[in-house]
Design a protein around this ligand. Structure first.
Ligand SMILES: [Ca+2]
Length: 295
C-alpha cells in the first residue's frame, strides 16, 4: 500500500509543475513581454482621472456593493429592495453628464431643439435625447477615440449598466445619497423640497454646467440632480443583483433612468431611486453620461 501512495505522489508533482507553468505562460504582463496599451489604460485607484476624446473620466474600481435602499430609508419606492452586486471589472465613468459641445463634436447637430430650461450652450448637458441616439453617440465616440489612439481597441464607450451607475453614484457610501442621508439643493441641482429635512437651497428650474455642485468621493459631479441619466438596462421591477448584472438584452418596455433632475424635488435624487422611460421618448431633463469599459 505504501508503494502505491508513493507512486501516486510522483504522478501528482509533475501536474502541479504543469499548472504553474501554464499560469506563468499566460500572465504576459508579468513576463518579458511589454505590457499592452490596455494593461496601462486601467486606473490605479478609485477616483483616478484621465481624459479621452475631451471626456474627463474617473476610475471606478472592481468591487462589491449593496444596490438598492434599506427598508427604513425615507421616501423609498417599490423596486428598490436591496441586492448584493459584484462588479468584477473596473471601468471609467464620465466625471460630468455629456455636454452639448461633446455631442456636437461627435454627432454634428443637437438631437432636438433647445428649450427654456435647457437652452443651447456647449457647456450645458445634452438632453432631449432618446436611448438610440445616446447609444449612437457612444459608438461614434468609441470610433473617434480609437482612431485618435486615445482608447485601446479592446475598450469601448457605452451607457452604464444600472449597477455600474449606482455603484459609481454611491462611491463607497451606504447612505441615501453620496453626501449623507439628507440632500439640500445647495448640494445638487433639483427643484423644491430638500430631501429628508436638509437645509433649503435655491430652485433654479433649469440645467446648469457640470461642476457647480460638489463631486462625490470618486470625483463624479451631478450623479444627484441636473439631468436624469439613461442606463443601458431594460427596466425590470426587481433590481438586478449578482455578478456583473447587465439587462441590456433582457427586453422589457422601458429603459432605466437614474439620478433625479432640475425639474423634480430632492427625494428622486437618492442613490437608489430608479425610474423607467420608454426608449423612443425624449425629454429635456433626461440626458446621459458615458462609461468606458473593457467588455
Ligand atoms: Ca445627473
Amino acid at each position: 500500500m505504501k508503494r502505491i501512495s508513493k507512486k501516486n505522489s510522483i504522478v501528482f508533482i509533475p501536474s502541479i509543475v504543469m499548472v504553474v507553468a501554464v499560469c506563468v505562460g499566460t500572465g504576459g504582463s508579468f513576463g518579458a513581454e511589454l505590457p499592452t496599451r490596455s494593461d496601462t489604460f486601467e486606473g490605479t485607484k478609485a477616483g483616478a482621472e484621465t481624459n479621452v476624446a475631451t471626456i474627463q473620466l474617473c476610475w471606478c474600481p472592481a468591487g462589491k456593493f449593496i444596490m438598492g435602499s434599506p427598508r427604513h430609508e425615507p421616501e423609498r419606492r417599490p423596486g428598490e429592495d436591496q441586492v448584493e452586486v459584484t462588479l468584477t471589472k473596473g471601468f471609467w465613468m464620465a466625471k460630468f453628464e455629456t455636454t452639448q459641445g461633446q455631442w456636437k463634436r461627435a454627432m454634428g447637430k443637437l438631437p432636438a431643439p433647445p428649450t427654456a430650461e435647457l437652452p443651447e450652450d456647449d457647456d450645458l448637458p445634452v438632453g432631449n435625447v432618446n436611448f438610440a441616439e445616446a447609444e449612437a453617440f457612444c459608438r461614434k465616440l468609441t470610433e473617434l477615440a480609437r482612431k485618435s489612439g486615445e482608447l485601446p481597441a479592446e475598450w469601448e464607450f457605452r451607457l452604464p449598466t444600472e449597477a455600474q451607475w449606482e455603484y459609481a453614484c454611491r462611491a463607497g457610501t451606504t447612505t441615501a445619497t453620496a453626501f449623507g442621508d439628507k440632500l439640500s439643493s445647495k448640494q445638487a441641482n433639483f427643484k423644491g423640497k430638500p430631501y429628508n429635512g436638509a437645509e433649503p437651497g435655491p430652485s433654479l428650474g433649469r440645467a446648469v454646467k457640470g461642476g457647480r455642485y460638489p463631486a462625490n468621493a470618486w470625483g463624479l459631479h451631478d450623479m444627484h440632480g441636473n439631468t436624469f441619466e439613461w442606463c443601458r438596462d431594460w427596466y425590470h421591477p426587481k433590481l438586478p443583483g449578482g455578478v456583473d448584472p447587465d439587462l441590456y438584452l433582457s427586453a422589457a418596455t422601458s429603459r432605466v433612468r437614474r439620478g433625479g433632475c432640475w425639474a423634480d424635488e430632492g427625494w428622486p435624487c437618492r442613490s437608489a431611486f430608479r425610474l423607467r422611460f420608454e426608449p423612443e421618448r425624449r425629454y429635456d431633463h433626461i440626458g446621459f453620461r458615458v462609461v468606458a469599459v473593457k467588455p
